[in-house]
Ligand binder design. Sequence first.
Ligand code: PLP
Length: 343
Amino acid sequence: MEKADLNFSELPFSYQKTDFNIRYRFKDGQWDKGELTGSTDISLHIAAQCLHYGQLVFEGLKVFERPDGQAQTFRLEENAKRMAHSAEKLLMEPVPIELFKEAVHRVVDANRKYIPPYGSGASLYVRPYLIGSGIQLGVNPSSEYLFIVFVSPVGPYYKGSGLSCVHLLVEEEVDRAAPMGTGDIKAAGNYAAGLRASIGAKRKGFSECLYLDAKENKYIDESGTSNFIGITADNKYVTPKSPSILPSITNKSIIQIAKDDGITVERRPIAVDELESFVECGCVGTAAVISPVGSITWRDKKIVYGDGENAGPVTIKLYNKLSGIQSGKDEDPYGWTEIVPAG
Ligand SMILES: *Cc1c(COP(=O)(O)O)cnc(C)c1O
């Protein structure tokens, strides 16, 4: 297979046009057969529900080329189920699990030349999303939906050797999501709600903000795009239990790997003043797998982990194990990876 003329090992983590995307429409109570297209535009009615009332949920996953040249997905069904759950919470028409998988398979198959070669460290990022496309002026759920999947080859999150650290700022003035709100689903609106905090932290020189629970302003929720984990001095993996965080598939996978490695896992509320007791911290999500945390600033206190610049041993071990499975370098004992069938 001839690859696209791209410098795969130098790709940034940003949008890169490919040849095809795929769209499925839900209308009159049923999904159509989906259309692969080269057009990057969509046409929507000016009164489409998603444009003013925000019915929009999305997903994100990566496809890797294995050493044998085949493409593999990672826990695709988990993404399918999560998007269906997100849709249901916003009273949207859920995309059937099998249709979601078919859509990803078709669009990846059509864009094979953009799948970064094995060993480049890069991957094909897959972005499925679902929008309420029906005409709606009164506040009601849409009766029509558009499910779109586009892909973009993205560079390795960490270039060169080693994981580079992120520096977090504990956010005390913006709530990302309320306990009984929509923080547990991948709704676009959560991101809009968090932009002010995230950009504010970046302007102050931090990589991201770390949200506290909205009710008590006391417990760690997560950062804007990834779950939070802490490793204790006695080698426990601790991650927040909270109704307002997104159930990360990366976190779930690393928890399994950690348990199988003999690490005790605790999912419980983490009070902000417990941050000092961790020996390593990380932000986990599809984009970076694990971003080691170099420091966390809370009010006028800066808590530094390790030397503040390099990942600790537990983070490195977990990162290597998960990314080895995802990239096809290592055997997958869990059945998490699946070959993308050739059209
Ligand atoms: C997508 C997302 C994550 C990470 O989830 P993964 O399934 O691991 O990619 C974490 N937090 C938020 C808010 C997210 O939207």
